[in-house]
Design a protein around this ligand. Structure first.
Ligand SMILES: [Zn+2]
Length: 118
């Protein structure tokens, strides 16, 4: 089996969208990230934009969360290491479901945003 056939097994859509072989891993990575974002949004997490996150110490704040984009944080998929503007410390943060927030928590998170780069 040559390389081309193997790729088609891994990703049948490769046949429908012929791209240069070298670019295929990039295309697959983007596809996986896009699907992951859609699934997370379906589950009620507002990722892919301004997202309410909670740090290890329970602080709530709003950050720009675009899966796979990690200029200011180390992206771990569902959790990431980032600076917490509430406690002024580095910590692991996870997205919080909007439905799990009280009105007061939502207001608090809206008032605490970190810097506006992803
Ligand atoms: Zn904190």
């Amino acid at each position: 089996m040559d390389r081309g056939n193997r790729w088609q097994l891994v990703w049948p859509a490769a046949r429908m969208f012929p791209v240069k072989k070298r670019l295929r891993p990039v295309v697959i990575a983007i596809t996986v990230l896009a699907i992951g974002t859609v699934i997370a949004r379906r589950l009620g997490y507002k990722v892919g934009g301004n997202t309410v996150v909670r740090c290890r110490q329970g602080h709530l704040f709003t950050t720009l969360w675009i899966p796979g984009v990690k200029l200011k944080a180390i992206d771990l998929g569902v959790a990431r290491i980032q600076h917490c503007p509430v406690g002024n410390h580095w910590t692991v943060v996870v997205p919080v479901r909007d439905a799990d927030l009280t009105d007061e928590e939502r207001r608090f998170a809206a008032e605490h945003r970190d810097i506006r780069i992803p």
